[in-house]
Design a protein around this ligand. Structure first.
Ligand code: TMP
Length: 211
């Protein structure tokens, strides 16, 4: 375990699960409460990682094979950890992250069927002993999630062109992660309304980190 005092909290889930909205809400609530907090998204968060994000999210569906995709995710993550996440945690700043290693397990491990164990090894190589203190996993069916993203004004990205079977496997992957990590992971019913979810998250955080 990397020694840090401030919490490292991640948000995970399939497409259209509403987690990005919740990261923003929590970030502002914590700031208003006087907490020193930063928020990142993956892939992204540094100049290089945002360039990798562009490579991953744009262009035709099959531009990367599954292994290349997993490695690009990890390259972006290694840069974000090294430049921002670890220095911030060591400086006692709370870190929120919209997706982290669990997304690689669910998307590349299950969605692309590279396998849980292989992706765990890759994740371990990429992040070492760093592990989130708390992870919220947003549960939504693949069908409903994709329906929601189809309505998004910004349009859909490369991952949303993968077929429904891929997205069902991703959802199964997140369920497996929940089962395997009951202390770290908390399930969120993504069908509840925004305020109910944000209150639930804030209460969990108050309990867990005594604020
Ligand atoms: P988002 O920012 O809208 O969540 O989009 C990020 C996309 O990247 C989403 O489709 C999930 C995908 N992704 C992976 O496939 N593996 C990963 O490790 C990460 C971080 C994201």
């Amino acid at each position: 375990m990397i020694k840090h005092k401030a919490p490292f909290i991640t948000f995970e889930g399939g497409e259209g699960s509403g987690k990005t909205t919740q990261v923003d809400i929590l970030y502002h609530k914590l700031l208003q409460g006087g907490i020193d907090v930063v928020s990142y998204r993956e892939p992204g968060g540094t100049r290089g990682a945002e360039e990798i994000r562009h490579l991953l999210m744009e262009g035709e569906r099959d531009r990367w094979n599954p292994k290349s995709e997993a490695l690009l995710m990890s390259a972006a993550r290694a840069d974000l950890i090294d430049r921002h996440i670890i220095p911030r945690l060591e400086a006692d700043t709370w870190v929120l992250c919209d997706r982290f290693t669990d997304s690689t397990i669910a998307y590349q491990g299950f969605g692309h069927e590279l396998g849980y164990e292989h992706i765990q090894e890759l994740n371990h190589f990429t992040v070492g002993e760093l592990e989130p203190d708390l992870t919220f996993i947003f549960q939504i069916s693949a069908e409903l999630g994709l329906e929601r993203t189809a309505l998004r004004k910004a349009g859909i990205h490369r991952f949303e062109h993968y077929d429904i079977m891929f997205h069902r496997r991703v959802a199964e992957g997140f369920e497996e992660i929940l089962k395997k990590n009951p202390n770290r992971c908390v399930a969120i019913n993504a069908l509840l309304d925004i305020e109910m979810i944000s209150e639930f998250i804030y209460n969990k955080i108050c309990q867990r980190f005594s604020i």
